[in-house]
Write a new protein. Structure first.
Length: 555
């Protein structure tokens, strides 16, 4: 670590943060701090890319009709928006198709294939889905409809009989980066098309705002290529946003520069709401719109849909919590599986996440739609919920997803058997440590180590997300100067110092921690876990600590 400190001329705090991110050399640090578009990999390194481009060229030459098919979530609709917007300049007969969440369910659908066949589409490019749709692709083949599958989920043992499959998680795919989102693979497809046709890559880069939105919403690691694409995508959003994104930001009165958090908590839920409450095609309509006035109209409608989604989310969460308190908690279970036939399918994934915030354990929320039971699963730190669900597959009709989130469907008569079997699987494999929520601190430091220089460097660690979260620090035995007070809905404002350096003081804020004010007022030393942020007020910029957790110091 001393070598890295010397090479980069940084202190031990920054060197520790880099080492935790597996950055141990000057070159790795340079790549991390200075992302460049030249760091993106050759798309033709991905298995199946050459075949995919050849099939698209064949469709163009033969004037075939091409259908861009994608999932109804943020990743799927951004992926469709990218590929459709790009290819419509090269393919005359092109359209897009987003399945109905309630009538068709997740992934490639029979209805979608029938739509393609009935309307003479001979090629479907499927995005963010399809890697396990063996039967559906075989059905399409029988209808003379070819498939190019662009997916980023784990493949099964047998692959669909598609013309080409792009999925970096295939065991024999040599593509160097394995964590692309579905929209990321869509971007690699248009990048490859551009290279094959000697087109400028600059046009492809115009779609990185949509890739960044998918990266944020799909919670993929912000490392390697994803970090590069997220960086340049955010830059586009902040300098020259497309009409749809511009309208969504305006309607939510976004004044500061957009960050990954903006995409996760402002754009993502609204884009998702279209598919949850109405239809995912509304999101594609917004994201592909080229007229500002029309985009404002679409954005207003989607924002209203999101308000409906929030109301449903809150009501369902309250009902689910009541069910847990009456039933599940008394049973001493290590998993949560709740079923209510009246819950709205569009919010059950959100509700599962809410329940984990309250009761920390793998959670599945089930509801009934058109006589079928469908569910969304969410997991806790380091527990593979997808594998646990897979072990219950004999009771399921369909399932898919990844380690921390999954979807499933089953017959109503199997709900209770599934609930019990899932509990057995989880109980047999989960550890008490995994059932305990933890805050992982990056570095313990003293107040004198918090400087303007470290703040400048910390800002360069962004964009933040999985495997590159905003650094968390710990400082022990801090006191309030007497300025501390509770404000708003039980939030805490403080001015903190350590006795070793009483003149070094920092303003701090702790949301939902107003109950701790008495400890500070009684001059009890406290340990705090916090983020370091820049605070602007009346033209002045200062360092502010945002407290995530705190406790009485050990004596």
């Amino acid at each position: 670590m001393e070598d890295l400190q010397t090479q980069l001329n940084v202190d031990r705090v920054v060197a520790t943060l880099l080492r935790l991110r597996k950055i141990v050399s000057y070159e790795q640090a340079k790549t991390f701090f200075r992302p460049e578009l030249s760091q993106l990999h050759d798309p033709f390194l991905m298995k199946g890319m050459k075949k995919a481009i050849e099939r698209i060229q064949e469709a163009i030459t033969a004037n075939e009709k091409v259908l861009i098919f994608g999932d109804y979530d943020v990743d799927g609709t951004t992926a469709v928006s990218i590929v459709y917007s790009f290819l419509k300049d090269h393919i005359k007969n092109i359209d897009y198709y987003i399945p109905d969440r309630y009538k068709e369910g997740y992934g490639i659908s029979i209805q979608g294939i029938d739509f393609a066949a009935d309307n003479n589409f001979s090629l479907i490019i499927a995005l963010d889905c399809g890697i396990k749709a063996n039967d559906k692709v075989s059905y399409a083949n029988s209808k003379n409809v070819d498939f190019i599958i662009c997916d980023h989920h784990l493949p099964g043992r047998e692959l669909p009989e598609a013309v080409a499959i792009l999925d970096q998680k295939q065991s024999d795919c040599l593509y160097p980066y394995k964590e692309l989102s579905g929209a990321g693979i869509g971007f690699k497809l248009i990048q490859a098309f551009s290279l094959a046709n000697n087109l400028s890559q600059e046009h492809c880069y115009n779609y990185l705002d949509l890739v960044a939105t998918s990266i944020a919403a799909d919670i993929v690691p912000i490392t390697g290529e994803n970090r590069v694409m997220a960086t340049f995508g955010l830059d586009k959003i902040n300098t020259k946003p497309r009409p749809g994104i511009k309208a969504l930001l305006a309607i939510n009165q976004q004044k500061s520069a957009a960050t990954i958090n903006t995409l996760v908590f402002t754009l993502g839920p609204r884009i998702n709401a279209a598919g949850r409450i109405e239809h995912g095609s509304k999101a594609v309509e917004l994201l592909t719109c080229e007229d500002d006035a029309l985009a404002e109209k679409f954005a207003a409608a989607i924002n209203e849909t999101n308000t409906t989604r929030r109301d449903l989310d809150l009501g369902t969460t309250l009902e689910a919590l009541e069910m847990m308190e009456q039933d599940v908690l008394t049973a001493g279970r290590k998993s949560t599986v709740l079923f209510n036939e009246h819950w709205h399918k569009g919010v059950i994934g959100i509700v599962a996440s809410r329940l984990i915030e309250k009761y920390y354990r793998p959670t599945i929320i089930l509801t009934e739609t058109d006589g079928k039971v469908a569910g969304s699963a969410r997991s806790v730190r380091e527990f593979d919920v997808y594998t646990a669900i897979e072990k219950c597959s004999d009771l399921l009709e369909q399932f898919g997803g990844h380690k921390f989130a999954a979807g499933l469907s089953l017959k109503k008569e199997n709900v209770e058997a599934f609930r019990n079997k899932f509990e057995l699987v989880v109980s047999a494999s989960i550890t008490e440590d995994q059932l305990t929520p933890k805050i992982e601190v990056d570095v313990e430091l003293e107040f004198h180590e918090i400087t303007e220089k470290i703040l400048r460097i910390l800002k360069q660690f962004a964009p933040h997300g999985p495997e590159n979260m905003a650094p968390l620090f710990c400082c022990r035995s801090v006191f309030d100067t007497g300025w501390g007070q509770v404000f708003g809905n039980n939030h805490l404002k403080l001015e903190l110092f350590q006795k070793a350096n009483p003149n070094i003081r920092f303003q701090a804020i702790a949301f939902d921690k107003g109950d701790y004010v008495n400890f500070f007022q009684r001059k009890i030393p406290m340990d705090i876990v916090f983020k370091i942020q820049e605070n602007e007020f009346k033209g002045a910029t200062t360092i502010q600590l945002v407290i995530e957790d705190l406790k009485v110091s050990a004596i």
